[in-house]
Design a protein around this ligand. Structure first.
Ligand code: PMP
Length: 309
């Protein structure tokens, strides 16, 4: 029988991770070692499981002509570091970088979704954080080459986004219950995804993506203090020269095109918001194609955004 160490974690199968691809079961990186991705590793009294005291990232790697490359890895890990700092979780960006590259190599993946998670473990079940053990894991999931989602329909949520004055827009685990509730509601109402607006009627973001609109050929990134400052959003602004400002829901409904952006969503044109149906998303599709070329290293001038595995 396996016994737990002081951290409440089961011992790892290996203590010295190697980085050669191992065929078979996917593995993840957990506190410095590779373990089977589906093996239970944490105690049921894990603080993060009870209170959401963790921080995660959603990152992607892509197949390029020079092998796998992670898109904007330093930016993702810097955002994660900020979330960890807020929770008092020690976070070493260099270690997380190494872990990310190592697990990609280990699983032999090129097109992948990468999920690092840092969390408070065991030691105390009170709300004070600091006395618990702290952990880091990095998992990878193979992604299909661009899914080309075609007819994504947004429903305006009756839920408000967590206000930044209550929960800063970082990828703190507990904050995502807000997204889960909105997603559940939108699915129940027959939509694919939820759109958050605030009490003034301004657009905030979706449950896991930022919003853009196109009006008379002008591209605008929706800005809102409660929205996550997305890395894809920043990328698309840089690629297109889009302006960034507050946008009302009325303006969005009146736009020629709407598209959402995020690491998972990439650039996804929106077919409808509630009963409003949009026409052909020609600008959105052009930007989606450009984004694909950038993440796959086909636009040489943006090569600095890629960390080769
Ligand atoms: N908003 C929310 C709430 C998100 O979870 C995400 C995904 N990380 C985004 C926006 C898009 O951010 P990014 O482009 O950095 O993935």
């Amino acid at each position: 029988m396996l016994t737990k160490d002081a951290a409440g974690a089961l011992p790892s199968e290996e203590t010295t991770p190697t980085t050669t691809a191992v065929p078979g079961k996917p593995q993840l990186w957990f506190d410095g070692a590779f373990v089977d991705a589906d093996s239970p590793r944490v105690a049921l009294t894990t603080h993060a499981m009870h209170y959401g005291s963790g921080v995660f990232e959603g990152i992607r790697s892509y197949a390029t002509a020079d092998g796998a490359a992670v898109f904007r890895l330093p930016e993702h890990l810097e955002r994660m570091r900020q979330g960890a700092e807020l929770l008092g979780i020690e976070f070493d960006v260099a270690r997380a970088t190494e872990a990310t590259l190592a697990v990609l190599r280990r699983n032999g993946l090129r097109d992948a979704y990468i999920r690092p998670l840092a969390w408070c473990g065991v030691g105390s079940i009170g709300l004070d954080v600091g006395s618990q053990t702290q952990h880091l894991m990095v998992a990878t999931f193979p992604t299909n080459v661009h899914l080309g989602q075609d007819a994504v329909r947004l429903g305006v949520s009756s839920w408000r986004r967590n206000p930044a004055s209550s929960l800063p827009p970082l990828k703190l685990c507990g904050a995502y219950v807000n997204s889960i509730l909105a997603k559940r509601e939108s699915r129940r109402n027959g939509f694919d995804e939820a759109l958050f607006t605030d009490a003034d009627g301004d657009v905030v973001e979706c449950t896991g993506a930022n919003v853009f609109m196109v009006r008379d050929g002008r591209i605008t990134a929706v800005a809102h203090r409660d929205a996550l400052p997305g890395i894809t959003r920043a990328t698309v602004i840089e690629l297109t020269g889009a302006g960034s400002r507050t946008v009302t829901l009325d303006e969005l409904l009146d736009a020629d095109e709407v598209f959402i952006v995020g690491t998972a969503a990439e650039v996804t044109p929106i077919a409808a918001i509630n009963q409003r149906i949009y026409g052909a998303a020609s600008t959105g599709r052009e930007i989606a194609d450009l984004y694909q070329r950038v993440v796959r290293g086909e636009e040489g001038r943006h090569g600095a955004w890629l960390t080769h595995v």
